[in-house]
Write a protein that binds this ligand. Structure first.
Ligand code: CTP
Ligand code: MG
Length: 237
């Protein structure tokens, strides 16, 4: 079985504040996207990385990645992305060649995921799971609320039992046919899912969780850049 990684990297990074698209901002001088590509290529199983770039930056991303020294086994393709993550992932899936049977979908915004986590996800797919997500138990208690306008106090609706909750990361791993089918289904509400596994769940197919890793956190807000650079500095020490 051959494994490809699709990296959605087409987002603006609105929560990061004004500046370049998030995947092209740097951590210790290296674009977040480059860290993410290296993280996928670090797995011996990954033979192809499909990067889904901000449409207007597709050419510059192609140049950026052409200069990367990656293992010989790893090819890189760059395709333009879409309006939301789900659409970007679908555009990445459309670019997969024949022969790929296992697909990882990995947020560019999780540049520091360790290779052991990547390999654990791939192994679970190879062992027969059709959809695998890495996830961690939560530190915070979570409340479900009735969202209100502006900053008005919001009524609490429920407190799910924390020990049963998991915060989901990427790479999520899939049997290719299952993931393609999941992306082909129109949801009744027209609502997108915030992760690919959510689409597989809507098919009624099983999704399983394997242990995630703290360093696979999503770089979302400015403070996350500080944390990510500290993680890199610790790795180099
Ligand atoms: N993504 C994408 N195409 C989009 C939107 C998001 O490929 N149209 C990607 C992002 O580049 C990111 C991943 O999906 O790697 C997870 O999304 P998120 O962390 O929300 O990134 P952004 O959407 O860029 O950030 P924000 O929501 O703050 O704008
Ligand atoms: Mg987003």
């Amino acid at each position: 079985s051959r494994t490809a990684a699709v990296i959605p990297a087409a987002g603006r990074g609105v929560r990061m504040g004004p500046g370049a698209p998030k995947a092209l901002r740097t951590l210790n001088g290296t674009p977040i996207l480059v860290h993410a590509v290296r993280a996928m290529a670090a797995s011996n199983a990954v033979t192809l990385v499909v990067v889904v770039a901000p449409p207007e930056d597709t050419a510059s991303v192609r140049n950026l990645l052409a200069d990367l020294a990656l293992p010989d086994r790893t090819d890189v393709l760059v395709v333009p992305g879409g309006e939301n993550r789900q659409e970007s992932v679908r555009l990445g899936l459309d670019a997969l060649p024949e022969g790929i049977t296992t697909v990882l979908v990995h947020d560019a915004a999780r540049p520091l995921v360790p290779v052991d986590t990547v390999d654990a996800v791939i192994e679970a797919v190879r062992d027969g799971a059709r959809a695998v997500v890495p996830a961690l138990p939560l530190a915070d208690t979570v409340k479900e609320v009735e969202p209100g306008p502006g900053n008005a106090p919001e009524p609490v609706v429920a407190t799910p039992e924390r020990s049963r909750l998991r915060a989901v990361q990427t790479p999520q791993g899939f049997d290719r046919a299952t993931l393609v089918r999941a992306h082909g289904v129109r949801s009744p509400s027209g609502e997108g899912a915030t992760d690919c596994a959510g689409l597989v769940e809507r098919l009624g197919e099983p999704v399983v969780v394997v242990p995630g890793h703290e360093e696979a956190f999503k770089v979302t807000r400015p403070l996350d850049l500080v944390l990510a650079e500290a993680v890199l500095a610790r790795r180099r020490a």
